[in-house]
Design a protein around this ligand. Structure first.
Ligand code: NAD
Length: 481
């Protein structure tokens, strides 16, 4: 089946008339054909978004919220079909795929409820006659560039706040996972969203994404993806075009396990954080730093537990680790594992599974390494696959120093019963997201999300903080004549 761009409230063929097959990472099944759009398609979408902005901005918050709520209702009603499509194209296991669609529903409902929240502040003026207050105004047309690893949740956590605060949107989804975003467009189309308020152009990042960054009618870019692309976007969008830019990028997230931790719980936290979604989360655990008193016991249980995890078809209910999203991604992970075999000790995994039914998929067994030096590539580079590097340290001080010894600063976790050290960790660790006795991955939509150092720039996403990016403050001095 052929899918089309969503521009000005219509499903439109790409000007090129060219399409790209969307293939399942599990078995290569063709899941549909999606437009290989060109600059002219983006220009159409930008014109529609620009045209629709004045009327959309004038609607009340409650009116805008009604469209978000209707789109949420559509996703909720069709969660089975949409979840299955997401799983087939991205490869994450059943519970996680269905969970992601439900999460998109929560995000839409959260931002629909923003319609009842205060927008500014009243501040006493120096002048008794003056009513002094602030309000927020939308930016205009915003551009969203999104990755493949949360193909519904990330687009929705960007477009929901953009729309509720009165902006119009053009989105360019990752070309590996277009069907998930197609479902989001369909939800808004069914909701009767006014034409042009939300537009989607499918295609390559180097063509459509790059054009978005350059287009003068797009006032802001919210990007999630790799550091390499993010930095390019920032340089072009801010220096050449004066756009507002928000970047959410990579991570090398540490989990510290102290000697007093419950070993079985710590192992579950480690396995969940590192191997869910095949390790393809920006917040996935990739370094586990263990105090020496517990190291051997923890390592052995971690390795045994890792060997038990079912690698397989993501649609099977008992699969823990699905395929990597693409051949390129899978090859990159295998390449890093080969590097790891040279520079550290492989404890388990390190290869593709041998089952015949997985032979056409992009599978890698969950992998654990030890004896990793702090300057090894395994210790420093984001792998974005099911690979753990284990480190043994003398004490908390050495653990936190090692945890902070990275260019990234997205998420970190600690397993301990020691309240004093947990509190010190919260202060000492250089990240945007801190977990005490839970996985490094895992976010709730009502709180800010984002990191520090090379992981993020610009204001945080999600929760009330999203208003910082999608609006600007207006200060009003209201006086009598
Ligand atoms: P990517 O950078 O390759 O692509 C991200 C998006 O940018 C895609 O839509 C892509 O088509 C587009 N793009 C590519 N080249 C472009 C260009 N020249 N101009 C404009 N747009 C362009 O990333 P990916 O492989 O899709 O995702 C994996 C990366 O995303 C990992 O590094 C991961 O850590 C990161 N990520 C971060 C977060 C976070 O919130 N911090 C969340 C998920 C993923």
């Amino acid at each position: 089946m052929r899918y089309l761009n969503y521009i000005n409230g219509l499903w439109k063929e790409p000007t090129s008339r060219e399409y790209k097959e969307n293939l399942s990472p599990h078995n290569g099944e063709n899941l549909g054909e999606f437009p290989s759009s060109v600059a002219a398609d983006l220009h159409d979408a930008v014109a529609a978004g620009k045209r629709s902005f004045p009327a959309w901005k004038k609607l009340s918050f409650q009116q805008r919220a009604s469209y978000l709520q209707k789109a949420a209702d559509h996703l909720k009603k069709n969660v089975q079909e949409i979840g299955q499509d997401l799983i087939k194209e991205e490869g994450k296991p059943l519970a996680e795929g269905m969970g992601e669609v439900n999460r998109a529903v929560s995000i839409l409902e959260y931002y629909a409820a923003e319609a009842r929240q205060p927008l500014g502040e009243v501040i006493p003026s120096a002048n008794a006659e003056t009513f002094l207050y602030t309000t927020r105004t939308p930016l205009g047309l915003v551009g969203l560039i999104t990755p493949w690893n949360f193909p519904i949740a990330i687009p929705v956590w960007k477009l929901a706040p953009a729309l509720i605060y009165g902006n119009t949107v053009v989105i360019k989804p990752a070309d590996l996972t277009p069907k998930s975003v197609y479902h989001v467009m369909k939800a808004f189309d069914e909701a009767g969203l006014p034409a042009g308020v939300l537009n989607c152009v499918f295609g390559k990042g180097s063509v459509i994404g790059a054009e978005m960054v350059e287009h003068p009618d797009i006032k802001a870019i919210s990007f999630t993806g790799s550091n390499q692309v993010g930095i390019q976007i920032q340089n072009r969008a801010t220096t050449a075009n004066g756009k507002k830019v928000q970047l959410e990028m990579g991570g090398k997230n540490p989990l510290i396990v102290l000697s007093d931790a419950d070993v079985d719980k710590a192992v579950e936290i480690a396995v969940g954080g590192a191997f869910k979604s095949t390790g393809q989360k920006c917040t996935a655990t990739s370094r586990i730093i263990v105090e020496e008193g517990i190291y051997e016991v923890f390592r052995d249980r971690l390795v045994n537990r890792t060997k038990e995890l079912k690698v397989g078809n993501p649609l099977d209910g008992d699969t823990f680790v699905g395929p990597a999203v693409s051949k390129t991604q899978c090859d990159g992970v295998i390449k890093m594992i080969e590097v790891g075999k040279e520079e550290a000790t492989l404890l388990c995994g390190g290869e593709a599974p041998s089952e015949e039914e997985l032979a056409n998929g992009f599978y890698v067994k969950p992998t654990v390494f030890e004896n990793v030096s702090h300057d090894a590539r395994l210790a420093r580079e984001e792998i974005f696959g099911p690979v753990i590097a284990l480190f043994k340290v003398k004490n908390y001080e050495e653990a936190v120093e090692m945890a902070n010894d990275t260019e990234y600063g997205l998420s970190a976790a600690i397993c301990t019963n020691n309240l004093t050290l947990a509190q010190r960790f919260i202060e000492d660790i250089e990240v945007g997201l801190v977990h005490v006795n839970s996985e490094t991955a895992g976010t709730e939509p009502q709180v800010p999300f984002g990191g520090c150092k090379s992981s993020s720039t610009g204001s945080r996403e999600q929760g009330k903080t999203a208003i910082e990016f999608y609006t600007q403050v207006k200060t009003i001095y209201l006086d009598r004549m």
